[in-house]
Design a protein around this ligand. Sequence first.
Ligand SMILES: *Cc1c(COP(=O)(O)O)cnc(C)c1O
Length: 423
Amino acid sequence: MEKRAFVTKEMIEEIAKTYPTPFHIYDEKGIRANAKALKEAFAWNPGYKEFFAVKATPNPYLIDILRDYGCGCDCSSMTELMLSHAMGVKGEDIMFSSNDTPVEEFVYADKIGATINLDDITHIEFLEKAIGHLPKTLSCRFNPGGYFSISNSIMDNPGDAKYGFTTEQMFEGYRILKAKGVENFGIHAFLASNTVTNDYYPELARQLFELAVKLKEETGAHITFINLSGGIGVPYRPDQEANDIYLIGEGVRRAYEEILVPAGMDDVAIYTELGRFMMAPYGHLVTQVIHEKHTHKEYIGVDACAVNLMRPAMYGAYHHITVLGKENAPCDHKYDVTGSLCENNDKFAIDRMLPEIEIGDYLAIHDTGAHGFAMGYNYNGKLKSAELLLREDGSVKLIRRAETPRDYFATFDCLDIYDKFEF
Ligand SMILES: *Cc1c(COP(=O)(O)O)cnc(C)c1O
């Protein structure tokens, strides 16, 4: 699939007059069309709800767009809970799927009425001690171990993941919770990440539905929701084909009708906690070329660095790059595209074939709308960039300003030193 940027050189030249590069820019039109499609794909299930994984893109302006399509928030930390609550997201629209959870986060999640998804059987006692009771509704995260495969191809390795209850612990946990008065039960599992196949959710659903039937039969628990969590991926590479969310929804519906309905469980709500799928394709990191360097390799130096987008440095992840204004030029130059960190892994691309690049060119780094800005950090004293929203009418709104040195120094108690700096 050809990857085209949703911004042009002319647009960026105009925007950069007000908001200097680097910045992340998000495409409202794309976010809306995708959220609408997801909602339609699961409309067959009356209780369906997407809890957007806040960690992917924790920006209230963007989350508010998703709320127009009925989305809630999936949180994994105190500040994500605080953000969702401050935005006016109702308790029942907040899922708290955390792990290694600090006591005060359970206390706060309970206080704001979030649904708690337990990561471990020992957290039953931990939670009860923390809040003095158990909520009426609780969810348990499941990890069957081993490998997760679809038609003989291994998708991921849950056996090596720190999350969730084992199968035996799910049964024991449900029994304990039921004995302690919990009335409504959920099952959650996240068994493969960034899957670019229409078969992941349907296969996961099948496994969870079968487990749900057994859990109900053996423990008598009333299972009210099954949370397929995140894991639907996006085509980062041009040779990958995008998932078809309608086929995915239909595959889950078939499994539902084959497994849950005959077991008398036709009131189970399907939940999802998608992050990447909701946002990644609708964000670009826009950066300007400030240097070229000809040594043992050909380097292009840009004004963004791994602080703005960590995935290439952290996972060797591929992010497509468009040289704006040169969309139709031949890709006949091989470059390493680098940031300025004192780390040799600070490269957005290695040996990438691109059109001939000149200083001053703007690059759009694709698919940065999820796990992009959010993973940012401050190494080398680098500051986090602004986030902009490209609205449907073509206007641009600043939805998070860029950090300033004052922000960077704010956690020291010697601001007077800072105030003596001259810029
Ligand atoms: C990260 C995460 C998600 C979202 O994952 P994506 O790959 O972005 O869809 C959902 N749920 C939990 C518990 C997570 O940790």
